[in-house]
Design a protein around this ligand. Structure first.
Ligand SMILES: *Cc1c(COP(=O)(O)O)cnc(C)c1O
Length: 808
């Protein structure tokens, strides 16, 4: 876009406000002031948006379409301003109008259209794809209600509906002309035409309209604006008479009403399946429709289109693309299958068995009869081809249909040309364990793409103090080339730089402390260690191990109130799936421990526990810059990658971690002197599983320090957790501690006390923080996305026909 002056901006803003509300901007509410600014910023990029999309079409560039059931973009105002290069102009202009950008920012809702890491990854990728000038777009669902709002009542999690669209959404553009029809249910018959070719005839289907709402994905100061397309379900125009009852109409609305608040297992399964097909079909139909406008031969489809499925949720893209190529385009099965495999790629996000999606055959058959026929045929041909090569065991284990179910991971792997894990360790586990059967059959499909984060949001927007410091010390090149953060290493012994780093951290801690004071009435000391664990509440992530450490510290202080120990604030942010009883019990426990610890005079503020309600992207932006310690303590082998680990290191927090997920790669980058590693490794965990010799009760009996801590759960010390305390105690001591907390307890405690000592040495600590920031560039999603572009999608940045690709 053309640069604009402060004067121009002020004029534009006043005009825009009055056009919208017909009164002076000074009378506006915070939300109205935001809306006016949002609409204005949107005006500024609309031209680039059209130009970008036109260019892709006119040059027939290969484009990538990312299918994800979840996105967690966070508030978009500051991101759009940063990427348009407008932050300073707008800040200054608003100030001259007597307004304040930070206040106005709070008028925007944070769209929680995802659960956690997977959704946030999709949004980091959208930002990086546009910022690298790559032709790539998102497809998702425009949920009427996002992830529930979390409240604590008596320490219990309560879920409230998140009606994020109540006041409209300035960023979206409804594209009625791009709507498509989705068919559910009914029957399908294959009827021969005059030439004897079979065509599907549908009867009694329910037809739903999928209407796209597009949101611009603005690239970082490169005039590129891509598209995020979110689909909403509606009654088709003219079909209102078919949906006469309230119930009929609700059935339509329901499809895009709520995000499933669970990332590992599914309730309300039929509706969830409907959502998955709705997204897959709407997205694929719009892509095929676009391709038809290009007038290209169908054999070139995979040269113009790449489709990526983010986890198996949109894996019905495989049979849906087959359906359109067979039934509408009328290609042969072999032609359609070659195109489908060449077009689609798939990311696996988890090895947890309970998260492996499977659908009962009858459910798929009833809801999607034509899709079921196609899946059955894919499976029949697969089995026919592989049986003679691999024998019965391997073939039937890897088949798509088995035990009365459709296995979505198998469908995604067989129907795609690339399967990637999200960190090196995770990919290794997929290859050697979880998906080893498939690796034997398709070794060439497997590859690793370690996750990344966008430093624009997680440093430039959320940590402006650090950004200024970095600009002053190493210049601004890191903003386009995050690897250049390594230049910071040259200042490792520069006392002034180290002091400034500490000053920035303290400022961020004060800002967070004042939020905690205002929202929770808890006073925390900015000089204490801010020890942060922020992520979904899940047993494998082991928030409970963190609690055991807190309880151990509590006992140490009670034993010896004069103990010499740096102050610590334990900060949690986590939502539990509403049906995940055990996770909710842990939430209750943490809140009870907080109540006990924070109100005990004898503890003398040496430790405090703060559980922030309703954790999400906006709170992450507040917490992460204030963190000294990043807790990444999942049982080794269970966390696919993690990305909060990357955000926190980039903001100078030191990582306390097991060798799991991408933390292994963080360890390699920063070196062992700049990270705290403890606990079992994946190999040791696997060995325990294999030989079955783990016995948590023995550890309880033989480790007096651990025993004292565990007894606190059941001896009435912690207020009001009779049931929770007993159940959690039993899970650890009686039911053999599935995630090896007791086994890792000693080494965790040791690492924590080592950390205490290091924190007292301010120079050492600041040096370690500096080294973490210096090595964070490697985890930029810009690099991750360039690897996807080059190795999987084969798409090229604008203005680059593939000559200068990866800086490697
Ligand atoms: C980054 C992020 C996550 C992922 O955290 P992990 O520790 O990797 O599980 C989840 N939720 C939000 C809001 C995030 O920003």
């Amino acid at each position: 876009m053309q640069p604009i002056s402060v004067e121009q901006f002020k004029d534009d803003y006043i005009k825009k406000f009055e056009q919208l509300y017909a009164y002076n901007y000074k009378e506006g509410t915070q939300r109205e002031k935001f809306s006016a600014l949002g609409f204005l910023v949107k005006n500024y990029y609309m031209g680039d948006w059209k130009d970008t999309v036109d260019e892709y079409r006119d040059e027939k560039k290969k484009q990538m379409f990312y299918f994800s059931m979840e996105y967690l973009p966070g508030r978009m105002l500051r991101s759009n301003l940063l990427n348009l290069g407008l932050t300073e102009v707008v800040e200054e202009g608003l100030q001259e109008l007597g307004l304040n950008l930070d206040n106005i920012t709070l008028g925007e809702v944070d769209p929680a259209l995802g659960n956690g890491g997977l959704g946030r990854l999709a949004s980091c990728f959208m930002d990086s794809i546009a910022s690298k000038g790559l032709p790539g777009h998102g497809n998702g669902i425009r949920y009427q209600y996002g992830l529930f709002k979390q409240k604590f009542i008596d320490g219990h999690q309560i879920e409230l509906p998140e009606n994020w669209l109540r006041n409209g959404n300035v960023w979206e553009v409804r594209k009625e002309n791009k709507a498509v029809v989705i068919r559910f249910g009914g029957e399908v018959y294959m009827v021969p035409d005059d030439h004897g070719e079979l065509h599907p005839h549908y009867h009694h289907t329910q037809n739903i309209l999928a209407v796209p709402y597009d949101t611009a994905q603005v690239g970082y100061q490169n005039d590129t604006v891509n598209n995020l397309r979110l689909w909403a379900a509606e009654i088709p125009y003219g079909d209102e008479y078919l949906f006469r009852t309230e119930e009929d109409r609700d059935g339509v609305k329901q499809i895009t009403e709520v995000l499933y608040p669970d990332d590992s297992s599914y309730e309300g399964r039929l509706l969830r399946l409907k959502q998955e097909y709705f997204l897959s079909s709407a997205g694929i139909q719009s892509i095929v429709r676009y391709y038809q406008t290009l007038n290209e031969d169908w054999s070139l489809f995979a040269d113009k289109v790449a489709i990526h499925v983010n986890d198996t949720h949109p894996a019905l893209a495989v049979p849906e693309l087959m359906r359109l190529l067979l039934d509408d385009v009328r290609l042969t099965w072999d032609q359609a299958w070659e195109i489908t495999k060449k077009t689609i790629s798939y990311t696996n996000h988890t090895i947890l068995q309970e998260a492996m999606e499977k659908w009962p055959i009858d459910m798929v058959k009833d809801l999607l009869p034509r899709i079921y026929q196609i899946i059955e045929e894919i499976n029949r041909r697969y089995v026919e081809k592989k049986l003679p090569l691999y024998g019965e065991d391997l073939t039937y284990r890897t088949a798509i249909i088995g035990n009365g179910q459709i296995r979505m991971a198998n469908l995604a792997i067989i129907g795609s040309h690339s399967v990637n894990g999200v960190a090196r360790l995770h990919t290794t586990i997929l290859i050697n364990e979880t998906l080893n059967d498939f690796y034997l059959i398709y070794p060439g499909k497997f590859n690793n793409k370690t996750n990344g984060i966008t430093q624009r949001r997680w440093m430039q927007i959320s940590n402006r103090g650090l950004t200024e410091m970095l600009d002053d010390v190493i210049g601004t090149s890191w903003k386009k080339e995050p690897d250049e953060l390594v230049m910071l290493k040259a200042y490792k012994d520069d006392e002034k730089v180290l002091q400034r780093l500490e000053d920035v951290k303290i400022e961020n801690k004060k800002r967070f402390a004042s939020y905690v004071k205002d929202e929770m009435g808890i006073v925390i000391d900015p000089n204490a260690i801010f020890d942060v664990q922020i992520k979904r509440l899940h047993a494998y992530k082991r928030q409970l191990l963190n609690v055991l450490h807190i309880l151990d510290r509590y006992l140490q202080i009670k034993d010896n109130p004069e103990i010499d120990m740096p102050k610590r604030v334990f900060i949690f942010g986590a939502k539990a799936a509403p049906s995940y009883h055990y996770a909710k019990q842990i939430i209750k426990l943490i809140n009870a421990v907080a109540k006990m610890v924070n109100n005990d005079e004898e503890i003398n503020d040496l430790i405090k526990v703060v559980f922030i309600e309703n954790y999400g992207v906006s709170l992450a932006e507040l917490i992460i810059p204030a963190a000294d310690v990043s807790e990444q303590i999942s049982l080794a082998g269970k966390e696919a990658s993690g990305t909060s680990n990357m955000k926190l290191m980039a903001n100078g927090a030191l990582t306390m971690a097991t060798m799991d997920g991408a933390t292994v790669e963080i360890f390699e980058s920063v070196g062992e002197g700049n990270i705290y590693i403890f606990g079992l490794g994946n190999d040791e965990v696997q060995e325990y599983y294999a030989n079955g010799t783990y016995n948590s009760h023995d550890l309880y009996d033989n480790n007096p320090r651990l025993k004292r801590v565990l007894n606190l759960l059941i001896d009435g010390t912690i207020p009001d957790i009779q049931q929770e305390g007993a159940d959690i105690f039993d899970s650890l001591v009686k039911f053999n501690d599935e995630y090896f907390l007791l086994k890792d307890f000693d080494s965790y405690i040791r690492a924590q006390y080592k950390l205490d000592e290091d924190f007292k040495d301010r120079t050492l600590w600041n040096q370690m923080a500096l080294m973490n920031i210096a090595h964070a560039g490697r985890f930029s999603a810009d690099y991750t996305i360039m690897r996807y572009a080059k190795e999987i999608w084969k798409i090229f940045p604008r203005g680059d026909m593939g000559r200068t690709f990866l800086p490697q």
